[in-house]
Design a protein around this ligand. Structure first.
Ligand code: NAP
Ligand code: MG
Length: 482
């Protein structure tokens, strides 16, 4: 049963193309501005713990300058442009991103640790497509909401996480600008570099000053932005805990809010499923991007009659997974985003063992420097086990079995989250039946982790509210007055 790991020659993407600065300032009002805080922090490459750049830390006073710039740009310039004019800027940004896609992909991989294959083939193309998609809507907003009176909101504060840095920026900035708003965006502290590169692209596109402002920093920068009294809209993607704090901070204000939060998504294999395809789908659902995916299929439910076969195939497949340097084109699983996140994942793995789970990890070797974690399977997991209930945000899969449809629906829905789910079966009727009953924002059938700018994304329950993407994504950035 055991298979030796592949022994492939390294195939490293060259980072020579990148023109990284030693130090990055804040991007406010179309210019690079030194922070009033006078403070900077380091961005680290998690694959080898080297320092990539020094980045400005924005305090409350800095966020205030950024919000004022966004307000002025909104009132004097952006809200006065026609949809077609806004669309032109968005198309220009999309094309510039596409032209610099390779540089963006390398930067995303260096700063965040994800395999170059993913940043090159998934993150960056999807981010470009979001700009193309919303550029197309900018002059058709009235058609999108026929018969309704719509207007832009004003200034949007946007806060993004570290798992899909540029893609989450695109999900937020593109619809906001298309609808006529200006933005102040705070990227996650460990992955600010592609947002700063995006600021350069806004300059190259000739975007009017103040329409996009990027304030880098820690959680307190985000909190200052949320608390600012001249913000009309907050779009947050991140953890449920911080999402709840933001919701509290908005109570009693007129700020419009969308929250895209955590998940613990169920992936269900029925006994009639094409098993090899399903196994490959499970691997993609949880080990893609080191499991740093809000909608990762982190709970696997397999029908009892095929459970032994699926488990054997999963273990066999894991033996050939390549964990290592994210810049290597062979790499399947790159670096964990930060030391802190690696510690969190390791704590959950220990807890899984302590709570009686059976662990399986392949025999691969991990690089000696950097933050890495082996892909991990847990069997003999109780539904109530912590690792089956809480979001781990790492490459850890719990596997449980079921006998009947009623049982699996109950188990899959027994979660505080409701972001996504996967169903593997040969029968269309079962797909429709299950997807109607699963309390999840997205249900993938015989596939997983497929995204498209035209399809809305968002969750139920503690996974948040509001939708990003598609026509639905526009309504989060518009005021409806009838
Ligand atoms: P996080 O800790 O909640 O941070 C998200 C962002 O919020 C970061 O920019 C963070 O800054 C900032 N922040 C922290 N405390 C804040 C506060 N009090 N007020 C305002 N902003 C604050 O989440 P994360 O660890 O970066 O990301 C992982 C989480 O995001 C997971 O739970 C995942 O499921 C979720 N996620 C959800 C989706 C979705 O679409 N539903 C997509 C991607 C990720 P710092 O970086 O400095 O902490
Ligand atoms: Mg980093």
């Amino acid at each position: 049963m055991s298979q030796k790991n592949w022994n492939l020659e390294p195939s490293l993407e060259s980072a020579a193309l990148l023109k990284l600065q030693d130090q990055y300032e804040l991007f406010i009002d179309g210019k690079w501005q030194a922070p009033l805080s006078k403070k900077y922090f380091d961005s680290i490459n998690p694959s080898d713990e080297s320092k990539l750049a020094k980045i400005a830390w924005a305090n409350e006073a800095d966020t205030d300058v950024a919000v004022k710039a966004a307000r002025t740009a909104y009132e004097n310039v952006w809200s006065k442009l026609s949809g077609a004019q806004r669309g032109k800027y968005l198309f220009r940004i999309a094309r510039l991103m596409q032209e610099q896609a390779k540089e963006l992909a390398i930067l995303e991989t260096l700063d965040g640790g994800k395999p170059i294959r993913e940043s090159r083939d998934v993150d960056i193309p999807l981010a470009c497509n979001h700009f193309f998609y919303y550029a197309g809507w900018a002059d058709k907003l009235q058609e999108a909401f026929a018969g309704q009176q719509i207007s832009s909101l004003g200034v949007a504060a946007q806060i993004t996480p570290w798992n899909f840095p540029l893609l989450m920026l695109a999900w937020k900035v593109a619809p906001a600008l298309a609808c006529g708003n200006t933005v102040v965006l705070k990227p996650a502290e460990t992955t600010s570099l592609t947002a700063l590169k995006f600021a350069e692209i806004c300059q190259q596109a000739g975007l009017p000053a103040g329409v996009v402002n990027i304030v880098t920093g820690y959680g307190d920068t985000g909190a200052a932005l949320v608390a600012h009294t001249d913000i009309d809209k907050i779009a947050f993607t991140g953890s449920t805990a911080v999402g709840k704090q933001i919701q509290k901070a908005c109570l009693g204000t007129s700020k419009k809010l969308t929250l895209e939060l955590g998940g613990k998504s169920a992936n269900i294999i029925l006994e009639d499923a094409p098993i090899d395809q399903a196994v490959e789908g499970v691997i993609n659902a949880i080990f893609f991007n080191q499991g740093h995916v809000c909608c990762a299929g982190s709970r696997l439910y397999v029908q009892e009659s095929i459970a032994a076969q699926v488990l054997a195939k999963l273990k066999f497949r894991l033996q050939s997974i390549y964990v290592g340097n994210p810049l290597d084109k062979n790499t399947d699983i790159g670096a964990i985003n930060s030391k802190k996140q690696l510690e969190t994942i390791e704590r959950y793995i220990k807890l899984g063992i302590a709570e009686g789970g059976q662990i399986y990890q392949p025999t691969c070797e991990l690089p000696s420097k950097g933050y890495y974690c082996k892909p991990t399977l847990f069997t003999d997991v109780a539904q109530s086990a912590t690792i089956a209930q809480e979001e781990i945000f790492g490459p850890v899969l719990t596997i449980q079995t079921f006998r009947t449809m009623e049982e699996v629906i109950q188990k899959a829905n027994n979660s505080p989250y409701g972001l996504a789910a996967g169903v593997w079966t040969d029968k269309g009727s079962r797909i429709f039946g299950l997807s109607q009953q699963l309390r999840a924002g997205v249900v993938w059938a015989n596939t997983y982790n497929k995204f498209d700018p035209a399809s809305p994304f968002g969750g139920y329950k503690e996974s948040g509210f509001g939708r990003e993407g598609g026509r639905h994504g526009l309504s989060a950035y518009l005021k409806f007055s009838n």
